[in-house]
Design a protein around this ligand. Structure first.
Ligand SMILES: Nc1ncnc2c1ncn2[C@@H]1O[C@H](COP(=O)(O)OP(=O)(O)OP(=O)(O)O)[C@@H](O)[C@H]1O
Length: 255
């Protein structure tokens, strides 16, 4: 299944927030969206997931979701959004219960996604017993359980310290290498964008317009070995963003 942003334009209270955004996410592609604070990244993700309707243009899906997909467009948020009274297993099973899946079928799915996210040994733990990184792994396992066609990831690693972020990035790379997934991945972190993105959509400051779409023609699972090239790419993206990020920073400081 493909997800296509077609000429998306959106306003809040008459103020233009997103202006004519077009790009597509094909199967197995991770499309990162970067841009200064307040440029409309989360709004764009909500429109792509159908939580909000664009004033003009639209988010389209093309093709079939994978067989057995319970929720073709599935969000992963920065704050994990786990139920504190449910175990790791219980948090994952919740999304299956919502679809009436219980018993042996649910167990098989849960075992699979916990193994894929290295959580099998933590199945009975409660969220408060887990580190931030582990909590986000649970949120990823929960998302995988519904077999999404495309994951909509809103700064999924930004609540984590830098070491944990590195570990989770490695996890996402190995998850993708074993079974490529598709995602729209919003981030402030350009290192994440160049490590994970098939392409990077760079948005301008308010209103969010596409400044450039940077294609990264390098297999995701080879990138950890090609850091010099990645650094060059990261510098290129930063050059595109620098002045606008500075403006956005000044504006926030002046509030
Ligand atoms: N529901 C809403 N009603 C009115 N204005 C909104 C609403 N949601 C977002 N905005 C405004 O729209 C603009 C874009 O917000 P959005 O959260 O999409 O940006 P962002 O790029 O994700 O920001 P950040 O990088 O800081 O997370 C901001 O100026 C924000 O204040």
């Amino acid at each position: 299944m493909q997800l296509i942003a077609r000429n998306i334009t959106h306003r809040y209270g008459g103020r233009l927030v997103l202006d004519d955004i077009s790009f597509s996410i094909g199967e197995g592609e991770i499309v990162c969206v970067v841009g200064p604070s307040g440029c409309g990244k989360s709004t764009l993700l909500r429109i792509l997931g159908g939580l909000e309707k664009a004033d003009e243009g639209e988010a389209l899906v093309a093709g079939e979701a994978p067989e057995g997909s319970l929720n073709p467009l599935t969000y992963i948020f920065q704050d994990f959004a786990l139920l504190p009274w449910r175990s790791v297993r219980g948090n994952v099973s919740l999304v299956l219960e919502d679809h009436g899946i219980r018993g042996a079928r649910a167990n098989a799915i849960i075992d699979d996604v916990l193994a894929r996210t290295n959580l099998s040994d933590f199945r009975d733990a409660l969220p408060r017993q887990l580190s931030g990184g582990m909590k986000q792994r649970v949120a990823i396992a929960r998302a995988l359980a519904v077999k999404p066609a495309i994951m909509l990831m809103d700064e999924p690693l930004s609540a984590l310290d830098s070491q944990t972020r590195e570990l989770l990035m490695d996890d996402l790379v190995s998850l993708w290498s074993r079974e490529p997934f598709s995602a729209c991945y919003v981030t402030h972190n350009l290192n994440e964008a160049v490590r994970l993105g098939t392409r990077i959509v760079v948005l301008s400051r308010r209103p969010g317009r596409i400044r450039e779409i940077v294609e990264i023609d390098m297999p995701i699972d080879e990138r950890a070995e090609r850091l010099v090239e990645l650094e060059k790419l990261q510098r290129h993206v930063w050059e595109i963003m620098r002045e606008e990020a500075r403006e956005a920073d000044r504006e926030i400081a002046n509030v």
